[in-house]
Structures are given as structure tokens and as C-alpha cells.
Design a protein around this ligand. Structure first.
Ligand SMILES: *[C@@H]1O[C@H](CO)[C@@H](O)[C@H](O)[C@H]1NC(C)=O
Ligand SMILES: *[C@@H]1O[C@H](CO)[C@@H](O)[C@H](O)[C@H]1NC(C)=O
Ligand SMILES: *[C@@H]1O[C@H](CO)[C@@H](O)[C@H](O)[C@H]1NC(C)=O
Ligand SMILES: *[C@@H]1O[C@H](CO)[C@@H](O)[C@H](O)[C@H]1NC(C)=O
Ligand SMILES: *[C@@H]1O[C@H](CO)[C@@H](O)[C@H](O)[C@H]1NC(C)=O
Ligand SMILES: *[C@@H]1O[C@H](CO)[C@@H](O)[C@H](O)[C@H]1NC(C)=O
Ligand SMILES: *[C@@H]1O[C@H](CO)[C@@H](O)[C@H](O)[C@H]1NC(C)=O
Length: 580
């Protein structure tokens, strides 16, 4: 017992030591109170109110903050009342909080933002009112918070903002108005906010942004306008935002972009995905030499001008997926040589120029899945500077029938992972390649089968190919794994030294394929049990060899032990004989 309690004593002592040291370091003790499920009464009857540094009440019952509620909390710097049903805040509720720096009242029922204090709260730099029911901001709303840096009114019901509401916040850097009901951005809203760096306006119903809305926001670095109802980006024409770095206008109704054709923009990220763009003209992105990430996914693009990316010499990512592209101009990727990720999936490309990607030595991910490609000629022309095993290539769901030897060699060398599944491979070519292809080239996809001997759906990896001679589609299933699982091969424990009997081959059972998964194609299932068995056989053989060796080793050990034992016994017998 005493032996056991030693560490505990030591631990307590250490704790005490630590405690004392903390006190020594901070003579004015900083008390932090964190409550959950409390009520308003409890907050008023805390010991040492004058030393409370942080106070947090989460999921409490505090519907009202009456006037002068916090007067005795003279050193409070951070106050949080979250999800506590707060609906009413007295006009002077925050009186006396001269040191308050951080005020968070999120997820309550506050309907108006008011001064809530007689004297300005000069220390306050963060105000979080997220998730309330504020409908309107007036000229008075922020008059007592002159030094705010961060303000969030996200997830409210804002419809209107008085033109001079934010003029009292000259130091504001972050303004979050996302998830509200704003329909228009008027030119006065953000007037004079010279330090504003991050503005979030996503998930509103914004249809129009006045032309000079950002005339005085030269420091704006990120602007989010995604998930709104914008039809154009004309508000960028004033060139006030040329120093913007991140712009997200995804999920709008933009049909044309002209603002970036002239001027010099600092933009690094431009998300134009899920809009209604139909074409990219030669000069559309001319001013975007600094751009690194461009997302044009999910538009209705059917035309790209050959030189439209020529000025984007810093581009690293381009997403052109889910468009309506039926051809790509040759030379499209000749200028943006820094490209690392190119996504062209889910278009309608029947072919691409063999030299299209030849100038991209940094290419690491190329997704061309879901097109109609019938030739993989471009693979052999990938940049010769691509490092070994660098490229993730997706060519699944195309119309490829076979790849030539050069392409296969290129894939073998520079591919890190290559998806070739769901194409129209010729069976003869496929079988040969299956044997040769390295492990990072995947031809297979997963099929679910129903069978007569198992109630569960069986998931089998399979490869489909087309037998041109007999004009039929085949699905080659690798049933080996399944069979192993069924017979529990693979997790046999090597505890006995009896030579295992070779397992009997499985009964041949033809699984029923659920026809609806293969539409109307006539399909014959070839269970390539041979392949499966060959692999399984190999594995079992290896196990057998392992086991034999182990048995041998154990036998040897046993022999040694027996010899040792006989020797010892002999010695003992000798000694005994000597004594007697
Ligand atoms: C919250 O407190 C008030 C009194 O301050 C009380 O009437 C009400 O029932 C309480 N609500 C809950 C949900 O406990
Ligand atoms: C842009 O906004 C969309 C929709 O809100 C979002 O899914 C996407 O991640 C954003 N893009 C960037 C680059 O942050
Ligand atoms: C481009 O935008 C789409 C849709 O918003 C998104 O799914 C995709 O992940 C984005 N692509 C990149 C590379 O960020
Ligand atoms: C794509 O192009 C085809 C033919 O030009 C057209 O029928 C189809 O509506 C277009 N799809 C979209 C999403 O624009
Ligand atoms: C390419 O885009 C498609 C569709 O938008 C997406 O499903 C896929 O994950 C993207 N590929 C890569 C490599 O990001
Ligand atoms: C097939 O299923 C296996 C495991 O069930 C999974 O590891 C593999 O990624 C799947 N392959 C495809 C192409 O979805
Ligand atoms: C096979 O896949 C289906 C869905 O793809 C899943 O519902 C089922 O549980 C899987 N069965 C097994 C045995 O993994």
C-alpha cells in the first residue's frame, strides 16, 4: 500500500509546486470562469468578481442582460454568452467593462445591435454576434466600439445596412456578413473602411454590387461572394480591388467575365466555379499574371481561346471539370508551365492534342476521367522532365480500347497512381497488360454480386473488356479474394506443427449479376478463378514453405534441447553417483 502511494504523493507535491509558481508569476490572480447550463443568478453570486478575467456561459438560461449587470466585473477582458436564449440587452448592460477586449454573444435571439454602454468600449477588438436575429444595422449600432478589428454578424437575418453603419469602425479588418439576406451591396456600405482585409458576403441573395462599393477598400485581401445571385463582375471594373488576393464568386449566375482583361491584378485564387460561363476569350484573364489557382468547374464552357492562359505564368491549379468542352486548342498549356494539377474530368473530349501536356514538368495530378477519349497518345508525350513516380493520372470512364507500348512505358515510369478503369479495353490487349502492368496501374472497379450461396452482396473487383472477335463485353472478376475470405485462408494461425492438408478447391458457383448495374449490354461473366486460384495457391504455398521452415527450425531446436537435457541429466547422474 505504502509502496503504491509514493508516486501519488510526488505528483501532488509537483502539482502544489506548479500552483505556487503560477501565483508567484501573476500577483494579480486572473480568474477564469466557464459555466454550462447555468442561470443568470449564478453569475452574479461568484466570489471575487473584481478579479474575474474571463467569463464564459454556454447553454445557460440568460434571457436578459440588465443595465449595469457587469459593473462589478472591473477586470473582465473576455465575455461569452453562447446559446443561452439571450434576447434582451439593456441599453447600459456593458457599462464598466473598460478592459473588455473580446465579446461573443453567438447563437442567441438578439434582434438589434446597439451601443449597450454609456462610455466607448475602447479596448474591445472582437465582437461576435453570429447566429442571432439581427435584421438591420443602423448608424448608431457601432458608435461605442471604435477599435473593433473583428466583427461577425454571420447567420443573422440582415436585409438592410444603413449607409453609415460601419463608418464608426475605421480599424475593422475582418467583417463577416455571410449567411444573411442581403440583396444589394450599396456603394456606401463599406465606405472609409481603409483597413478592411477580409470581407465575407457568401450565402446571401446578392444580385447587384454597386460599381464603387469598394472604392476606399484598397487593403481588401479576400472577398467572398460565393452562393449569391450575381450575373456579372462589373463592380471590379473600377480597379479599386487590384490588390485583392482571394476572390470567390462560385455558385452565382455569372455569364461573362471582363474585368480581368485589363490592368494588373494581384489575385492568387479565383473561384468561378458553378456559374454560367460559356466561353473564355483570349484576353479574359490577361491581367492575372499572379494567379495560382483557377477554378472554372461546373460552368457551361464549350470554347477556350488558345491563348487564354498565356499570361497565367504562375498558375498551379486549373479546374475545368464538369463543363461542356468538346475540344481543347493545341498549345493551351504551353505558357503556364508551373501547372501541377489539371482537372478536365466530366467534359466531352473525344481527343486531345498529343503535345498538350508536353510543357508541364511539374504536373502531379491530371484528371481526364469521364470524357470520350479514344486515344492515349498524349501519355507518351508528357514532359520528359517529369520525375519518376510523380503523376496521378485518371483516365477512367473514357472510350480507350488500348494503349500503345510507349504510353504503357511512360505510365510505368512517371505514374504514381493510374486509374484506367471503365474503358473499352480489347480483351486480348488487356490480358497481356494485366500481367505486365505495374501495381500502380489500376484497371479494375468494384462490382456487387448476388449469389446463391451467400445472403450478403459480394463486392468483387472486376475488369471489363470487349472481345472484338465475338463482339461481346466481358467482365473479368477476381474472385480469388472472395474465395479466400469464404474459406478463411490467410488468417490460419501457425500454432501447430502438423503439415497442413492442401485445401480442396471451391465448388464452382456462378454468381448472378444484378442486371440493372450493367444496363442493356449483353454480358457474360467469366470468373477467372484460375487467376484467383493461382494467386491464392502462391500465397498458400508461401505459407506452407514458411511453416515447413518453421517446423524444421523447431525440430532442430527440440533436438538441441534434447541433447542439452541428456547432457545435463548425464551430468546430474554423474554428480549423484560421485556423492553416493
Ligand atoms: C429560465 O429562467 C427563468 C427565470 O429566470 C424561468 O422562468 C425559466 O423557466 C427558465 N427556463 C428554463 C428553460 O429553465
Ligand atoms: C468558394 O466557395 C465555395 C462555395 O461556398 C466553396 O465550396 C469553395 O471551397 C470556395 N473556394 C475556395 C477556393 O475557398
Ligand atoms: C472547384 O469548384 C468545385 C465546385 O465548387 C469544387 O467541387 C472543386 O473541389 C473545386 N476545385 C478545386 C481544385 O478546388
Ligand atoms: C452542352 O452542349 C450541348 C451541345 O452543344 C448542348 O446540347 C447542352 O445543352 C450543353 N450543356 C450545357 C450544360 O450547357
Ligand atoms: C476533378 O473534378 C471532378 C468533378 O468536379 C472531381 O470529382 C474530381 O475529384 C476532381 N479530380 C481531382 C484530381 O481533384
Ligand atoms: C474496391 O473496394 C476495395 C475494398 O473493398 C477498395 O479498397 C478499393 O479502393 C475499391 N476500388 C475502387 C476502384 O473503387
Ligand atoms: C458491398 O457494397 C455494397 C454497396 O456498394 C454494401 O452495401 C455492402 O455492404 C458491401 N458488402 C460487403 C460484403 O462488403
Amino acid at each position: 500500500m505504502a509502496h503504491n502511494s509514493w508516486p501519488r504523493v510526488l505528483f501532488l507535491y509537483l502539482l502544489l509546486l506548479l500552483h505556487c509558481r503560477q501565483h508567484a508569476a501573476t500577483p494579480n490572480r486572473r480568474i477564469i470562469y466557464k459555466f454550462t447550463d447555468c442561470n443568470a443568478e449564478q453569475l452574479q453570486h461568484l466570489p471575487k468578481l473584481a478579479a474575474v478575467y474571463e467569463l464564459s456561459a454556454v447553454t445557460c438560461n440568460i434571457s436578459t442582460l440588465p443595465n449595469a449587470y457587469f459593473t462589478r466585473f472591473t477586470t473582465l477582458t473576455a465575455l461569452e454568452v453562447r446559446e443561452s436564449g439571450l434576447a434582451k440587452i439593456g441599453a447600459y448592460a456593458l457599462n464598466g467593462l473598460e478592459q473588455l477586449q473580446w465579446l461573443a454573444l453567438p447563437w442567441n435571439y438578439i434582434t438589434n445591435v446597439e451601443p449597450w454602454s454609456q462610455a466607448p468600449l475602447k479596448a474591445l477588438h472582437t465582437l461576435d454576434l453570429e447566429g442571432n436575429a439581427v435584421k438591420m444595422l443602423s448608424a448608431e449600432s457601432f458608435v461605442r466600439y471604435p477599435n473593433l478589428h473583428y466583427l461577425s454578424l454571420a447567420h443573422n437575418m440582415l436585409e438592410r445596412i444603413s449607409g453609415d453603419a460601419f463608418t464608426h469602425l475605421p480599424h475593422l479588418k475582418h467583417l463577416n456578413l455571410a449567411h444573411n439576406r442581403l440583396g444589394v451591396i450599396e456603394s456606401l456600405y463599406f465606405r472609409g473602411m481603409q483597413h478592411l482585409a477580409h470581407l465575407s458576403l457568401q450565402h446571401n441573395a446578392i444580385e447587384r454590387v454597386a460599381a464603387d462599393s469598394f472604392a476606399t477598400n484598397a487593403h481588401l485581401r479576400s472577398l467572398r461572394l460565393d452562393v449569391n445571385k450575381l450575373r456579372d463582375l462589373e463592380f471590379l471594373r473600377s480597379n479599386a480591388l487590384t490588390r485583392l488576393l482571394h476572390l470567390n464568386v462560385s455558385h452565382n449566375r455569372i455569364e461573362a467575365v471582363e474585368a480581368f482583361a485589363t490592368g494588373e491584378w494581384a489575385l492568387m485564387d479565383l473561384d468561378l466555379s458553378t456559374n454560367r460561363l460559356v466561353e473564355v476569350k483570349a484576353d479574359t484573364f490577361n491581367g492575372l499574371a499572379a494567379l495560382m489557382h483557377l477554378n472554372l468547374s461546373a460552368n457551361a464552357l464549350h470554347m477556350l481561346a488558345a491563348s487564354c492562359l498565356d499570361k497565367l505564368i504562375n498558375l498551379e491549379t486549373i479546374d475545368l471539370s464538369a463543363n461542356n468542352l468538346t475540344q481543347l486548342p493545341s498549345g493551351l498549356f504551353d505558357a503556364p508551365t508551373q501547372l501541377q494539377r489539371v482537372n478536365l474530368s466530366r467534359n466531352a473530349l473525344p481527343t486531345v492534342d498529343a503535345e498538350l501536356f508536353a510543357q508541364l514538368p511539374y504536373l502531379r495530378a491530371l484528371d481526364m476521367s469521364g470524357n470520350q477519349l479514344s486515344s492515349g497518345a498524349f501519355i507518351a508525350h508528357l514532359s520528359p522532365l517529369l520525375p519518376h513516380s510523380a503523376l496521378t493520372l485518371d483516365l477512367s470512364e473514357n472510350h480507350l480500347t488500348q494503349l500503345d507500348a510507349d504510353a504503357m512505358t511512360a505510365l510505368q515510369v512517371c505514374g504514381a497512381s493510374v486509374d484506367l478503369s471503365a474503358n473499352r479495353w480489347h480483351c486480348q490487349w488487356l490480358i497481356v497488360e494485366l500481367v505486365r502492368a505495374p501495381a500502380h496501374v489500376h484497371f479494375g472497379r468494384n462490382y456487387s454480386l448476388a449469389s446463391s450461396w451467400s445472403a450478403a452482396l459480394l463486392n468483387v473487383s472486376g475488369i471489363d473488356c470487349y472481345d472484338a472477335e465475338r463482339q461481346r463485353s466481358l467482365v473479368v472478376l477476381d474472385a480469388g479474394r472472395l474465395w479466400e475470405r469464404r474459406h478463411g485462408v490467410g488468417d490460419v494461425e501457425c500454432t501447430t506443427f502438423v503439415d497442413p492438408v492442401m485445401p480442396t478447391p471451391p465448388p464452382l458457383v456462378w454468381p448472378r449479376v444484378r442486371v440493372d448495374r450493367f444496363d442493356s449490354r449483353s454480358i457474360i461473366i467469366w470468373m477467372l478463378i484460375a487467376i484467383g486460384l493461382a494467386f491464392t495457391g502462391l500465397r498458400i504455398a508461401r505459407q506452407l514453405i514458411d511453416r515447413r521452415e518453421q517446423t524444421k527450425r523447431v525440430k532442430k531446436l527440440l533436438e538441441l534441447k534434447t541433447q542439452e537435457l541428456t547432457r545435463l541429466t548425464a551430468k546430474n547422474v554423474e554428480r549423484l553417483n560421485e556423492r553416493t
